[in-house]
Design a protein. Structure first.
Ligand code: FES
Length: 103
């Protein structure tokens, strides 16, 4: 059974920005792109930097340390065809003015 947890209000993350939250002990990055919110496990698959503190360009986040790029929609590592380096996504839904993540 799904368990959605409210992490913030929609207006707490401006479009084109991200915030980091800790949900049940897990750091997650929540990204607001256009009219959608996306969430990734916040630790970069490469060496653990905070993806929420990376650079956002469209639906891509670039890690601030070594600049690996990940698709916010599905976590795909975009610099090489190496699925083992994909970021892990977390389902997001918006209910009213609340952003909720499935845990
Ligand atoms: S820690 Fe993110 S690219 Fe190296």
């Amino acid at each position: 059974m799904s368990n959605f947890v409210t992490v913030c209000k929609i207006d707490e993350i401006p479009v084109g920005e991200a915030r980091m939250f800790v949900i049940e002990g897990t750091p997650v990055g929540v990204f607001h792109i256009d009219d959608h919110f996306y969430a990734l496990h916040n630790e970069c698959p490469h060496a653990g930097a905070s993806l929420a503190h990376g650079s956002i360009d469209g639906d891509v986040v670039s890690c601030r340390i070594h600049h690996w790029r990940f698709c916010l929609r599905d976590g795909t590592y975009l610099d090489q065809d190496q699925p083992k380096w994909n970021a892990q996504t977390i389902p997001v839904r918006v209910v009213g003015d609340e952003v909720q993540l499935e845990f």
